[in-house]
Design a binder for this molecule. Structure first.
Ligand SMILES: [Fe+2]
Ligand SMILES: [Fe+2]
Length: 151
């Protein structure tokens, strides 16, 4: 690292600006932030468990969003899924490197995730949240009232 680089963040804290207004997604994103924070803050001895917990979360988080995209005919599905897949591939690679004793690469992954999440949430997840909210509100069942029978 040279002197112009900013120092490594010492944690990842939830900020309400990440809220997207779709409660189940917001809950998953709080969990994401908590688990990335753990990747930055736990002792080296606990990193394997923290990375395993993050990997399990990431698979579930991304599968949940894929499911919502499919169920709601979300148009921009492919590029959203491609971003998720890149994260999963990195996590897989980093797990193998950690198993060979490379601790620093896990911290680097955490920094990359911390930098990746706000833009992903702002553009991709936010578009999905808005799409689902609009569809659910537009999909309120219509109530047809029976007219009074003609006399
Ligand atoms: Fe997400
Ligand atoms: Fe996403």
């Amino acid at each position: 690292m040279n002197e112009t680089d900013s120092p490594e963040p010492d944690g990842f804290v939830w900020n309400d600006r990440y809220l997207l207004g779709y409660a189940p997604m917001d809950a998953t994103h709080r969990e994401f932030v908590r688990l990335v924070d753990a990747l930055l803050t736990v002792d080296d001895m606990e990193l394997m468990d923290a990375l395993q917990a993050f990997a399990v979360h990431a698979v579930t988080h991304f599968a949940e969003e894929s499911c919502w995209m499919a169920e709601n005919d979300f148009p921009a599905k492919d590029c959203h899924v491609a971003e998720h897949d890149k994260v999963l591939a990195s996590v897989h690679e980093v797990r193998e490197m950690l198993a060979r004793g490379n601790v620093e690469v896990v911290r680097q992954l955490a920094v990359a995730l911390l930098e990746w999440f706000p833009a992903h949430a702002d553009y991709m997840d936010s578009a999905l949240a808005t799409w689902m909210t609009k569809r659910s509100h537009a999909g309120v069942p219509l109530v047809f009232k029976r007219q009074k029978p003609l006399e």
